[in-house]
Design a protein around this ligand. Sequence first.
Ligand code: AMP
Ligand code: FE
Ligand code: FE
Ligand code: ZN
Length: 290
Amino acid sequence: PASMTIDLHAHSVFSDGTDTPGEVMACALAAGVTTVAIVDHDTTDGWATAEADRPDGVTLVRGAELSTHVVVDGRRFSIHLLAYLFSPSVTGIAVEMARLRADRLQRGLAIVGRMVDAGVPISAAQVLDIAGGAPVGRPHIGRALMERGLVGSVTEAFSSYLSARGPFYVSKADTPLDRAIALVRDAGGVPVIAHSRSRGAAAVTDEAFFARYAEAGLMGVEVDHPDHDAAARIDLRRIASKYRLIMTGSSDYHGTNKTVSIGQETTAAEELAAILAGASGGVGVLGPVR
Ligand code: AMP
Ligand code: FE
Ligand code: FE
Ligand code: ZN
């Protein structure tokens, strides 16, 4: 298509979204989005289904969203790293994602265990059934709470039962950010920091942070995201220009697990072109490029 509408951050049932990859792309098409990236948490298991179910007219960018952390002044902060067009068969990243998925399972079970011990009427079997084999995330536990009528939505569960400051929270054994960046680059992918100014991450993602990680191989920053206010976007745009980072804009669509719409935030065509130019793992986009 002559004009592209690009959304580079969506989740499917292969992680904590509620749409199949085919449904994500159909939803994109219906919303006028021509290019969509499916970036499930810590897995590329949805890539094959996404490729098989891609509708004509939708360009698919394959990727993943890795769970990482940084330690600042002895405190750990969770940072999500988007990884585009990396080769999923490169051992380093494949092994690390497998470790992250195993840890998500143990950690999800630990959170559910705390809830069960406190008398919350959900079960591990119920949560695993909801996850359906996908890497376990708090949204799956949120749906279990919803099924039991304990909350009205997954978003509501995040402000109570699932809160990182609540009694049931257990953290994940994420990858150090500099190591995650190196793994993505080693697999020929393009690493982009996701929603850096949302929630806890905002406290540590200042200009010095981006200067440091740009030096370590970071290639981009998600500037436009539903969690970012106008001031955050202006600041991130300035930082991205200064350190020559690719600037993306994306919805972080999760189907009905979140209230955002696909295409709510978008990426400029030249920024996508920079991602394609920066990828070297032999994994291209699928579908029309212009
Ligand atoms: P976890 O990866 O298990 O720690 O869970 C975090 C995931 O839950 C992220 O991928 C978010 O997309 C999702 N999430 C975080 N906050 C909310 C919220 N307020 N409402 C719905 N989903 C959320
Ligand atoms: Fe998510
Ligand atoms: Fe994220
Ligand atoms: Zn995401």
